[in-house]
Design a protein around this ligand. Structure first.
Ligand code: HEC
Ligand code: HEC
Ligand code: HEC
Ligand code: HEC
Length: 496
């Protein structure tokens, strides 16, 4: 096909190699023993040397550094749960219902994890709602600490323990072996420095060291843009649930078999799953992933510097902003045409996604009404499982923000199966409610604004905000001071 020929041509010209047309991603599940690591395995040393201080690379690689630093231009914070208060109900009892924003530039990872209400206002290293694992996708200080402390010690303890250490936002050593001879010579020397990511890739038969350049380019994004969970049975370490595959059914099956849940829903009491940005997984299943067109082809194109030399643009953002160097390398259509196609997918997906959300919100309230009317655990079990599955499917499709671009057909299918499961839940709940003499439809509370939804769900948002203010005023300056004195960063991360 025309597209493919043009693809090959452009890639050869850009010096990428010939790996674009590869076969569909076959995920071979034949390897034995796919499971979360044990405590003993986490105690092994990693021996990966990390220079986490991003500022040290500015002089040697000014073009890569400046384009990397320009991710700071993506400043906008979109408060997703205020835009769509249904999310406050769906995440009832889980910290996401306090604050959840759409992603912005990599430059802000440290700033944003400090500022978000989800991490609370811990006033010492041993308090606060979150574990250390919450730092894991925030920057190169993470693999540095894993190397210095060991994996088990890194994951043990509260989030605030890492505050004065994890201070560089996503940077060079997250993706490159900056200590290698290749990197010193200006070659990419891509590397995965987080042991849990190497393990997860091995579980889908993509051992990093054995991957070709194309797969390695996508794998560096899989450090973070993936579904994961915290292994509560161990030291709350990060694990990717890919033991049976990366599609929505395989992951659900793994979670069901291990009886894992992220939290118990505050009103329906369902054992819930929170999906986290499965961008890598949905991309793998989409047209581009199957054709070996990687994240880097679209989000980090090769461009020409003022000196005429080609380099990799490190300003990771919306690929349409660099259309001539991204889509146009392979597609003949105009920017407007392709943008319309993508917007069309987005609109279609949003429309059905909202229908699924409406049903899930109702089901949580119906389950509460059933409990209130005296329903028993055994009566409720299957209905709650169906709510769990439906919301898992909704979240898998919603949490990957580029899903409408990366894999629109997969996302639509996931939503459709979510609608099927929520219909199961509501049918069962209707039977239980009738049995207990509850008239239907039940009275659903008004959750049309975030303020109303927080109230209904019992969240004291003013208190949450006050705790955060105090933390930002009293603790953050200490963290910054300590990190600067240790030479980890030249200056404090931006406050906002
Ligand atoms: C999110 C991952 C990521 C981060 C962060 C990152 N890079 Fe890169 N870098 C890449 C990728 C991907 C390539 C291209 C690899 C390829 O072409 O195979 C690349 C290429 C390079 C190259 C090779 C020459 C070129 O331009 O293609 C250099 C040098 C480089 N990066 C330096 C840096 C420096 C310095 C930083 C920190 C300021 C940095 N990178 C941060 C992913 C990253
Ligand atoms: C070390 C973890 C990590 C790695 C590696 C990483 N990301 Fe991210 N990425 C994040 C986090 C966290 C955010 C959200 C940052 C925020 O909102 O503060 C993000 C945000 C983004 C965004 C939104 C940017 C914007 O301006 O809205 C895009 C696009 C993105 N990443 C693509 C990529 C691609 C492509 C790669 C691989 C080349 C990659 N990321 C590698 C963690 C990572
Ligand atoms: C074929 C091109 C292409 C590939 C391949 C691709 N992306 Fe994207 N991605 C896009 C486009 C275009 C958008 C923005 C869609 C829009 O404008 O609505 C996007 C959006 C995103 C977003 C959401 C950004 C935001 O601010 O909401 C993230 C995160 C992201 N991509 C990460 C990745 C990762 C990680 C990979 C690889 C696993 C990847 N992308 C592969 C084209 C691509
Ligand atoms: C490196 C080459 C390459 C790049 C870059 C690329 N594409 Fe593609 N694109 C392909 C290939 C190959 C196919 C599959 C063609 C086929 O199977 O007929 C495809 C298919 C598509 C399709 C149809 C399938 C679908 O998922 O709906 C759309 C739409 C599309 N690309 C949009 C984009 C956009 C938008 C960008 C830039 C953000 C982009 N592509 C960047 C190579 C590329």
């Amino acid at each position: 096909m025309n597209i493919v020929r043009k693809t090959l041509l452009s890639l050869v010209v850009a010096g990428f190699g010939l790996s674009v047309v590869q076969t569909a991603v076959a995920i071979d599940n034949s390897v034995a023993e796919k499971r979360a690591p044990t405590k003993e395995e986490l105690a092994k040393p990693t021996n990966v040397v990390i220079e986490a201080n991003n500022s040290l690379f500015a002089d040697k690689y000014p073009k890569q550094y400046e384009s990397w630093a320009s991710t700071a231009k993506s400043t906008e914070i979109v408060p997703a749960i205020e835009v769509d208060p249904r999310l406050i109900v769906m995440w009832g009892g889980y910290a996401f219902s306090k604050e959840y924003n759409k992603p912005r530039g990599h430059f802000y990872t440290v700033t944003d994890v400090r500022n978000i209400l989800r991490t609370g206002g811990p006033l010492d290293a041993n308090s606060g709602p979150q574990p250390m694992a919450c730092w894991t996708c925030k920057g190169p200080d993470v693999p540095r600490l894993i190397n210095e402390w060991g994996e088990e010690a890194y994951f043990t303890g509260k989030w605030a323990k890492g505050g004065a250490e994890i201070v560089n936002s996503i940077g060079c050593a997250d993706c490159h072996d900056t200590t290698s001879k290749d990197f010193a010579e200006g070659k990419p020397a891509l590397r995965i420095a987080r042991p849990h990511v190497l393990r997860a890739l091995a579980n889908i038969n993509k051992e990093f060291a054995g991957l070709d350049k194309t797969d390695q380019r996508a794998a560096v994004c899989a450090n973070c843009h993936v579904e994961y969970y915290f292994d509560k049975k161990n030291v709350n370490n990060v694990v990717f649930p890919w033991m049976k595959g990366v599609d929505v059914d395989s992951i659900e099956k793994y979670y069901d078999e291990t009886e894992f849940y992220d939290w118990i829903h505050s009103i329906s009491k369902a054992p819930m799953l929170k999906a986290q940005h499965p961008d890598y997984e949905t991309w793998l299943q989409g047209t581009h992933g199957k054709n070996g067109v990687t994240c880097v082809d679209c989000h980090m194109p090769k461009v020409q510097g003022a000196d005429g030399k080609v380099y990799t643009d490190h300003k990771i953002g919306n690929p349409f902003d660099a259309f001539e160097h991204t889509c146009a390398n392979c597609h003949d259509q105009s920017k407007e045409t392709l943008q319309k196609v993508v917007e069309g997918h987005k609109k279609d997906i949003k429309q059905v996604m909202l229908k699924l959300e409406d049903q899930i919100v109702k089901a949580h309230f119906e389950a509460k009404a059933a409990w209130d009317a005296g329903a028993t655990e055994s009566e409720m079990k299957e209905a709650l499982k169906a709510i769990r599955h439906a919301q898992w499917r909704w979240d898998y499709s919603a949490a990957g923000h580029g899903g409408h671009m990366h894999s629109p057909d997969i996302i639509l299918k996931v939503i459709a199966t979510g609608l099927d499961r929520i219909a199961d839940a509501r049918t069962q709940l209707a039977i239980i409610l009738t049995k207990h003499g509850v008239q239907q439809p039940i009275k659903y509370p008004d959750v049309s604004t975030a303020e109303k939804a927080w109230k209904v769900m019992g969240i004291d948002i003013e208190k949450e905000r006050a705790d955060k203010e105090k933390f930002l005023k009293e603790i953050i300056p200490q963290w910054n001071k300590e990190a600067i004195e240790k030479g980890l960063i030249p200056e404090a991360p931006p406050a906002k």
